[in-house]
Write a protein that binds this ligand. Sequence first.
Ligand SMILES: *Cc1c(COP(=O)(O)O)cnc(C)c1O
Length: 476
Amino acid sequence: MSERSTVGLDLAHRYAKEFLSGLDERSVASTVDVTTLRDHLGGPVPEVGEEPAAVIEHMVAAIDGGILGSTSGRFFAWVIGGSLEAALAADWLTSTWDQNAALSPCSPAAAVVEEIAGAWLLDLLALPRDASFAFTTGCQMAHFTSLAAARNAVLRAHDWDVNLDGLQGAPAVRVLTSTQRHGSVDRALRFLGFGSRHLTTIETNEFGQCDIETLRNALAGGNGPTIVILKAGDINIAAFDDFNRAIPLAKEHGAWVHVDGAFGLFARISSQYCSLTAGIELADSWVTDGHKWLNVPFDCGFAVIRDTRAHRESMSIGASYISTDAATRDQIDWNPEWSRRARGFPVYAALRQLGRGGLEDLINRNCAQACKLVDGIGEHSGANVLWRPTLNQGLVRFLDTRPDAGAADHDRRTERIIQMVNASGEAFFSGTTWRERRAMRISVVNAHTADADIHRSVVAVCEAVDHCIREDARNS
Ligand SMILES: *Cc1c(COP(=O)(O)O)cnc(C)c1O
């Protein structure tokens, strides 16, 4: 047998190390446009194959400038984590081992590692230890998995078997959710046959929480199968619903309560922030991401479901060739995919690298950094803090300082500052509309963000603001 070539792998290893060690010097933003990328990468279908090393050489050169430094410590857009060294290394090995983590017989190690990592997460997140879980591609599919179980359970309680009879002719399912929900909630519901026109949306209060009286009235409006979707951390201000009041209320009406905790569920691990999640353990299903605050590379979400029967019934296929060995956990019984990546390995590695203490430190450190960043920018007279982080998310708005400037000018100024900072390559932010105003959103969820990164980013923002203010003076 010929020995496998590893020249391409050695090359990839070298480029990976160069990329990571060069992050401080390279632009956080992309520096080429998509036309350039298409020019470098495109062309007709290759008729003749190439050596693996040549393929890697070509690809690395051709994508140059088109990779965002989202894994660097100065990337604060959306809610995007970095990757821990052990998690990244384990992710490389996951691809190397190339296990099909569908069934325990396909890879006993992948099955056991996922089983253990799942149990550790239940412990860390202080969720019921006998709940079932699924490792999904992300929170989007974790919503899908949880809400499929919810659909199964609430219809079963009304003598309807959705697996056999589907939704046609089924009792109408009411879905109540807040106006501040993430778009992935609507999409999961859509996949499950619940159209957006049939959602009941609950207004939020000044803290971004579901208004309890509105929820009470909405729940009183019917007694059919009901699903209530709450949130632990929305993307603008990391608002947490009042679980201690909302969940018992929903339960009085026999509702299934699902919680979106894509990043906010991790607050539960910190003694400083866990009170935000008080009462969350009363829910029926919870979702969070591994690729956000746990700093595992992308393709990693978790669903946790109290009703293990509903969970298994909604996902399992029970084909005759699938083992029913109760001593092993077949992942296919709990998640929507068949063939799949062994997502447990990088999670297991991340949890071992950090430990409970390291994970709590990471959360506390990122939250403190988010405040430092918002406060640092807020000290500038051309900035206006809309939301000082209560966890890791903050909002800042920038002001047009010309005497006759109005709200639309401040919106434009805010957009312009984001654009200027991103173009500087020094730091990267995204914009949002919050309570009818444009704002720059600041999200800190990266284990590699150092205090020096915060300082450097404050300087970059203030330079952009200074530049615009000098322009205002010339224009007024
Ligand atoms: C990121 C996010 C999601 C979607 O998660 P994916 O991992 O991108 O599928 C859902 N809800 C909230 C609050 C999020 O921040």
